[in-house]
Design a binder for this molecule. Structure first.
Ligand SMILES: [Zn+2]
Length: 106
């Protein structure tokens, strides 16, 4: 699968609709592609983050995204620790930008 195909799967992944071989391909691609990882993080933060803010709840999205990825990876037992490592770092960086952006709008 190329990046376009992978990125089209992101909404389905976030709704927990990817299964089996498709999920494995998705995670394998995320393992190696910075661009798609960034897109995944942004889509997760924008969908989850905005609904949480509207509900007035506190949140720890970078941790939750990491856990989400780990749960998915555990399902197919693949390079779990690597995924945990990169997402924790990357999601934290993007989360900071996201929070700054939201406060700028408020
Ligand atoms: Zn890609």
């Amino acid at each position: 699968m190329d990046c376009k195909q992978i990125q089209r799967l992101i909404p389905a992944f976030l709704r927990d609709e990817l299964k089996g071989r498709e999920l494995m391909r998705f995670l394998r691609h995320m393992d190696t592609c910075e661009e798609c990882k960034e897109e995944l993080t942004i889509q997760y933060l924008s969908s989850e983050g905005i609904s949480r803010l509207e509900e007035g709840k506190t949140f720890d999205l970078d941790r939750e995204l990491t856990e989400y990825m780990v749960r998915a990876a555990n399902g197919i037992k693949r390079r779990r620790n690597y995924i945990l490592g990169f997402l924790t770092f990357e999601a934290a960086a993007i989360l900071i930008l996201f929070i700054v952006f939201i406060y700028a709008l408020a």
